[in-house]
Ligand binder design. Structure first.
Ligand code: ADP
Ligand code: MG
Length: 335
């Protein structure tokens, strides 16, 4: 008869890390989103060796109380929801309370934080959970070093430094596009890559997508009942050979969704050849209760309550915007 054992916490978290911590970029996503949820105004990311050696995110948000630091590293511990009701209308990026537990199970993790109003900062070591006084003016610094140092089987799946860095850069861009109101900086191996002052959405889009995109894009602005779509969609002249410049956000969260991709493809169907892809940065806002983001740990897939209505709204909003600009296949060849 096989014996059933209860797994130790560390192993449980290492198993869960398989879902949450696929690569350095997934660590960056979680830690960045925590900084956003903390109400920060400025966030700085420092990467070393593609994020494998180190990912450090510093923010000026609300911080964590000394007595909560150990809890922040516990699985299923969160300050963001307390009930099913909260879950159904969640407005924060995180809510599952599992990222830091998973990350600290597979990397050397420390959190230094000074809660608003606290006389000084505290630092917790993710390994032994020891607490020590620390120096920090405000906010939180999460330091994640040597990813997978204790799980060699996973380390083998890491790609080259440049590939892992590229994924981190992409993750940074997603958050930076979603939140132009935050000052954001990214450096890699000591070199500043992006220095983005807080400001208007179009400046942020230009900084990250290029002036050329903005010059060949139409501003989208549509409202319909509880739905609102804003952002920029490229004219066919700016079409691309790949889908690498397509950003869609729902309530500030980057998503990849078949329904939305389809709506966009349809909106461009008459003006773009099948082998070309549009570029866009679009923000859909709707009542959080109308969309379920709790489909996958990374929350990149969503489910809509009224999927047909969302599809129609996005399709018409983009199609109308492009039509108003007079974009047509014929017009574009002449462009
Ligand atoms: P979740 O984000 O789903 O709540 P995490 O494991 O990512 O779960 O974080 C656990 C908790 O730690 C958060 O709920 C939050 O209270 C706290 N926390 C994490 N990062 C920060 C930060 N940068 N600033 C303030 N609090 C933080
Ligand atoms: Mg989180």
């Amino acid at each position: 008869m096989p014996v059933i054992n209860r797994l130790p916490d560390l192993l449980v978290n290492q198993i869960a890390a398989g879902e949450v911590v696929e690569r350095p970029a997934s660590v960056l996503k979680e830690v960045l989103e925590n900084a956003v949820d903390a109400g920060s105004r400025a966030i700085e990311v420092q990467l070393e060796q593609g994020g494998v050696r180190r990912i450090r995110v510093s923010d000026d948000g609300c911080g964590i109380e000394r007595d909560d630091l150990a809890l922040a590293l516990e699985r299923h511990a969160t300050s963001k929801i307390a009930s099913l009701d909260d879950l159904e209308r969640v407005g924060t990026m995180g809510f599952r309370g599992e990222a830091l537990a998973a990350i600290s199970a597979v990397a050397r993790t420390t959190i230094t934080s000074r809660a608003t109003g606290a006389s000084h900062a505290w630092k917790i070591d993710g390994d032994d959970r020891s607490l020590s006084p620390a120096a920090l003016n405000a906010g939180t610094v999460v330091d994640v070093a040597d990813l997978y140092y204790n799980t060699p089987a996973r380390r083998k799946f890491l790609k080259s430094e440049s590939t892992e860095y590229a994924h981190c850069d992409e993750m940074f861009r997603r958050v930076a596009l979603a939140r132009p109101d935050l000052g954001m900086q990214l450096s890699h191996n000591g070199r500043v890559i992006h220095r983005l002052p807080a400001g208007e959405a179009d400046r942020r889009v230009a900084a990250l997508m290029g002036d050329d995109f903005l010059a060949h894009a139409r501003e989208v602005h549509a409202e319909g009942g509880p739905l609102r779509l804003t952002g920029f969609a490229s004219l066919p002249a700016y079409s691309r050979a790949s889908r690498d410049a397509q950003y869609f956000f729902i309530n500030g969260r980057y998503v990849r969704d078949k329904l939305l991709t389809h709506a966009l493809r349809e909106a461009y169907a008459d003006i773009l050849h099948g082998s070309r892809h549009p570029a866009y940065v679009l923000f859909l806002e709707l009542d959080p209760a109308g969309v379920d983001v709790n489909v996958h740990p990374a929350k990149i897939e969503v489910r809509f309550r009224e999927s047909r209505a969302v599809h129609q709204f996005v399709f018409h909003a983009v199609k109308r915007t492009l039509a108003e600009s007079g974009a047509s296949r014929a017009g574009l060849v002449a462009d």
